[in-house]
Design a protein around this ligand. Structure first.
Ligand code: NAD
Length: 367
């Protein structure tokens, strides 16, 4: 049997720096766990524009469609701000998401014990937090028609349309139920069924899908109440499923419960391929951080945890994903901090490479 395939797209700014550290982790799995990957690497974003005049070539797009998983660093930077919208670095990422039809965006909010004081909430509210928000990513109000700004009498009107088909709700709900089955079998669906017809349909379809997952405890919450509950006592949740707009807001709010942007991974999943694996793109939540790029200051953990998600969701290696997450937890517990995680004055930060090396050493120690 051939090795699982992985396309790596480091991108711009700190993207290549953090990806260098992920490569160390991938190599470790190849040599120490007999889990070799067929890794190919290509350009995306500004670096692809510099080389080819486009943020994503057709050849790279085709490769992304073939591999078992794509791992992306970050795209963008001030050098590209003046470019035409059609060739901006972000268009490369949007094209990947659209053509791979990645409709389910998984955003974990996991608070490592060593960083609990970093949250703006009290330690006991966030310490040990481990939840996942599943956001519908390819439909809803960001895509619905009609949209635009029109003239109406003597004033202008801004229009966007929230629109969900049953099948769009069904597929993201199934994704969330499957995820809940792998975790604590608890799913909370959030919408605004009290004031939106799309929310009424959302609730009906999720409830219907739930009949196929009787082991999962399903609850429903209005999204505004959900936002409050996330800040009040986030540990009451395990998996949350919600639409594109509410998911955008709720996942950002949940992310900040855990402290730093440099710690947050994500996965975007699509329909299963012929081999049963979902189409998948893994990436840190952060951008290309031009303010610290090239200085060895970037925190590689968000990207390394994105690879852990790939192990879990694309490569059926949940135990190895847990091993990697525990290695991250160990280096943090040992006191290692990149500059973005430094609280106390006078503490010395480690570099991007030192953090990567320490995580590999913790993996070694786990054997
Ligand atoms: P950003 O996430 O790049 O940076 C925000 C702040 O967080 C900066 O101070 C940065 O130094 C810090 N930061 C981010 N990641 C870090 C890490 N791993 N380690 C340490 N510190 C980290 O967001 P921004 O400044 O708004 O955007 C910069 C560029 O990135 C823009 O061109 C934007 O369009 C792009 N961007 C890309 C993505 C993506 O590729 N998915 C996402 C967001 C922004």
């Amino acid at each position: 049997m051939s090795n699982p395939s992985l396309l790596i797209l480091p991108g711009d700014g700190i993207g290549p720096e953090v990806m260098t550290e992920v490569r160390k982790v991938i190599d470790w799995y190849g040599t120490k766990r007999d889990m070799a990957f067929d890794v190919s690497e290509d350009l995306v974003g500004g670096s692809a524009y510099d080389a080819h005049g486009t943020p994503l070539t057709d050849a790279t797009m085709a490769k992304a469609q073939e591999v078992d998983a794509v791992l992306l660093g970050a795209v963008g930077g001030p050098k590209y701000d003046a470019l035409d919208f059609s060739v901006k670095p972000e268009r490369g990422l949007l094209r990947l998401r659209k053509e791979m039809d990645l409709f389910a965006n998984l955003r974990p909010a996991q608070c490592f014990d060593a960083l609990a004081d970093f949250s703006s909430l009290k330690r006991d509210v966030v310490a040990g937090l481990d939840i996942v928000i599943v956001r519908e990513l390819t439909s809803g109000i960001y895509f619905g028609e009609p949209r635009g700004i029109i003239e109406d009498g003597n004033e202008r009107v801004g229009i966007n349309t929230q629109r969900y088909t049953e099948s769009e709700i069904d597929r993201v709900a199934r994704n969330a139920f499957e995820l809940a089955m792998r975790r604590n079998r608890k799913l909370c669906s959030m919408e605004k069924a009290n004031v939106m017809e799309s929310g009424v349909l959302w609730r009906e379809v999720v409830t219907e899908v739930g009949k196929d997952y009787p082991e999962v405890e399903l609850s429903h919450m209005y999204a505004d109440a959900g936002a409050m509950q996330l800040c009040r006592w986030p540990k009451q949740f395990d998996v949350i499923v919600t639409d594109n707009l509410f998911g955008d807001l709720l996942s950002d709010a949940a992310a900040m419960l855990t402290g730093s942007l440099g710690m947050l991974p994500s996965a975007s999943l699509g329909a299963p391929m012929a081999n049963g694996r979902p189409k998948a793109l893994y990436e840190p939540v952060h951008g290309s951080a031009p303010d610290i790029a090239g200085q060895g200051k970037a925190n590689p953990i968000a990207c390394i945890l994105s690879f852990a998600m790939a192990l879990r969701y694309s490569f059926d290696a949940g135990d190895e994903a847990t091993r990697l997450e525990q290695a991250v937890e160990k280096v943090l517990a040992d006191g290692l901090r990149t500059a973005d995680l430094l609280g106390e004055e006078g503490a010395q930060p480690v570099s991007t490479a030192e953090m990567g090396d320490a995580i590999v050493a913790a993996l070694d120690a786990s054997l």
